[in-house]
Design a protein around this ligand. Structure first.
Ligand SMILES: [Zn+2]
Length: 121
């Protein structure tokens, strides 16, 4: 019944908001590779690199926005959703720092191997 407070609570439209506790979410699972073929970290990275990054660059170019503006704001807004989901800022910043460390390492390795150069377009 619509007027029933239990109904409202169950549908999430009631006055009580249920925050996801940080303990229910292990960010390590989203940053650490498990070296399996179905590694969720690798799959997520592939999606971002093949779909999200080109889209961000295209939006910046199309709307004549400064380079990296959509990338930076997009990252912040996406992480903001995690904040709103109740994950602590410290946990997010820690995970982000680890991921940036990994990317710096990967970039250095690519350079050492004479691999593809980034941002040459
Ligand atoms: Zn992986």
């Amino acid at each position: 019944m619509i007027g029933d407070p239990w109904y409202q609570s169950a549908s999430g439209t009631g006055a009580t908001t249920h925050r996801v506790t940080a303990m229910s979410f292990d960010l390590k699972e989203l940053t650490d590779h498990d070296h399996s073929e179905e590694c969720p970290v690798c799959r997520a990275q592939n999606i971002v690199q093949s779909a999200l990054l080109p889209a961000a660059s295209a939006w910046e170019a199309t709307d004549e926005l400064p380079r990296f503006s959509v990338a930076l704001q997009g990252a912040a807004e996406l992480l903001g959703v995690m904040l709103e989901g109740g994950i602590s800022r410290e946990d997010i910043e820690s995970a982000l720092g680890q991921l940036l460390d990994d990317i710096e390492l990967r970039t250095a390795e690519d350079k050492a191997l004479g691999g593809p150069t980034m941002g040459s377009a």
